[in-house]
Design a protein around this ligand. Structure first.
Ligand SMILES: Nc1nc2c(ncn2[C@@H]2O[C@H](COP(=O)(O)OP(=O)(O)OP(=O)(O)O)[C@@H](O)[C@H]2O)c(=O)[nH]1
Ligand SMILES: [Mg+2]
Length: 460
């Protein structure tokens, strides 16, 4: 069994044993279904049409597997994976095969499925990870004519399940197509940590001035499209086998030596996809576990407040009932007229009914308020009062801001009336915290050790 499948199984086991039982009780949406098939580490190639995506895949594989050309060449997605022999599988089979783990693509509809295929090759580079080639991005005018499926949604699904995303530009179109801007701004939001920007075909520049102008335009366009604080590093490179002939053969071109180094860096990063996969699996698990722990602790405070309110109303009713019963008994003993006794009991019952109705109204009000995020904030402050008092925990607060909206939805599905017993909740929380402080760090150390062992200094 390969390392990535073992790690996938270990993380899924933790999802199943430490996170899922509590998540089910709290209607917390886990990002991973622990029963899904393990997906292979994946490198996704995106970018403008003719920017050299397919050529770069061929360069990595050392063979002309993917078709290339100056006109838009790929109009669909190709998953390139390892196989004992060369094979090609159509989209329908890919999306329905239980062992391929691509069932979630079915939601994109038949127009997309007809443009999907999987190619298997007995190439050693593919033994460790898959590559996905995509259709080039084009301008809005062309887009309305040619795409019959939700292109950006398909990119999002592939991107979420990939471990590295290479985004290609070329000197011709440094970031200006409408689809590119939209994909970078909206579709890939939150996945910037996987993104590698590549400016390809630098051999086409005849002067440094041209290069600087094009690079500047790309930076300008990226700064508008990517809203994170830092723009990702831009790798500038070219493919030697496709480059224009050398300057000494009469062509004008800029010196290319530095760009060879950048190409080796890109190749090394792509070959690190399995390590990135391992890091992503453990980071996502830890992220989900921490958020779930916050939700559980805040829910616990809500549960306590709800129980206290209930106790208050039930308690007052019980006390009034008890006092009335004792008073009635004493009056009975003193042989008070039964009419007076009945009036006394009636008044007591009316008071108890009023209290019960008022209590019910307040509990309903409480449940209604749980739909507002501001109402939940004090419960977070209570749940983390120690941590907040000892120092301003900005990380906790940021995590809370990220999950509280989702928690209002969870509380609609599982209001406090449906919470399990506090003892059960705390037992599941302790199990989760054991995973956060003990088992996940162990897994992280294991991944770190494996990545140190497997980080080759090899280039290409
Ligand atoms: N000069 C030069 N040409 C390149 C380079 N990389 C790719 N090409 C050429 O650019 C053209 C387009 O390359 P492809 O690999 O088909 O580009 P693509 O991004 O896959 O294009 P689509 O599939 O249409 O989106 C082909 O004619 C390649 O030979 C490079 O580094 N330098
Ligand atoms: Mg292509």
């Amino acid at each position: 069994m390969t390392d990535h499948i073992k790690l996938d199984q270990k993380t899924k086991k933790l999802y199943r044993t430490a996170l899922k039982p509590l998540a089910d009780h709290l209607a917390f949406g886990l990002p991973v279904n622990p029963n899904d098939t393990a997906r292979r580490p994946t490198a996704l190639f995106l970018g403008n049409h003719s920017s050299g995506k397919s050529s770069f895949i061929n360069h990595l594989l050392g063979t002309q597997l993917q078709k290339t050309g100056l006109a838009p060449t790929d109009d669909g997605f190709t998953i390139i994976t390892y196989g004992e022999k060369t094979d090609s599988i159509d989209g329908q089979t890919v999306a329905s095969h239980p062992e391929l783990a691509y069932q979630d693509l079915q939601c994109l509809g038949p127009a997309f499925i007809s443009r999907l295929r999987l190619r298997a090759e007995p190439n050693p580079v593919l033994q460790e990870f898959n590559m996905i080639d995509s259709p080039g991005m084009i301008d809005a005018v062309d887009r309305s004519n040619s795409r019959e499926y939700d292109f950006e949604r398909s990119i999002r699904i592939f991107a979420e399940n990939s471990d590295i995303i290479l985004f290609f530009f070329d000197p011709d179109k440094p970031g200006t197509t409408a689809e590119t801007i939209s994909v970078l701004t909206n579709t890939l939001a939150g996945l910037e940590h996987k993104l590698m920007i590549v400016m390809n075909k630098v051999d086409l520049f005849t002067t440094m001035r041209d290069f600087a102008r094009s690079y500047g335009t790309l930076c300008w366009n990226l700064s508008k499209a990517i809203t994170t604080k830092d723009i990702p590093h831009i790798f500038t490179t070219y493919l030697p086998e496709l480059a224009t002939p050398r300057a000494d053969s009469g062509n004008k071109r800029i010196p290319l030596e530095d760009f060879d180094t950048a190409r080796k860096e890109i190749v090394n990063e792509v070959k690190r996809t399995p390590t990135r996969r391992a890091d992503n699996l453990v980071s996502d698990l830890l992220h989900a576990a921490r958020n779930l722990a916050i939700q559980a602790r805040v829910s616990d405070q809500i549960g306590i407040a709800y129980r206290n309110m209930k106790l208050r109303w039930h308690g007052s009713s019980a006390i009034i009932c008890a006092v009335s019963a004792v008073a009635a008994w004493l009056l009975w003993k003193r042989e008070v007229a039964w009419q007076n006794l009945a009036i006394g009991v009636g008044v007591a019952l009316a008071i108890v009914t009023l209290i019960a109705l008022f209590g019910k109204y307040r509990l309903n009000q409480f449940n209604q308020s749980l739909k507002r995020v501001e109402f939940l904030d004090p419960f977070f402050d209570q749940a983390y009062s120690n941590e907040i008092t000892l120092g301003e925990r900005l990380d906790l607060r940021a995590a809370w801001v990220g999950i509280r909206e989702g928690m209002t939805r969870s509380l609609k599905v599982t209001p406090p009336t449906k919470f399990p017993l506090r003892m059960t909740r705390l037992r599941l929380l302790r199990r989760l915290e054991r995973a956060i402080y003990d088992e996940i760090p162990k897994l992280r150390r294991q991944v770190g050790m494996e990545s140190n062992e497997s980080s080759p200094a090899s280039g290409n």
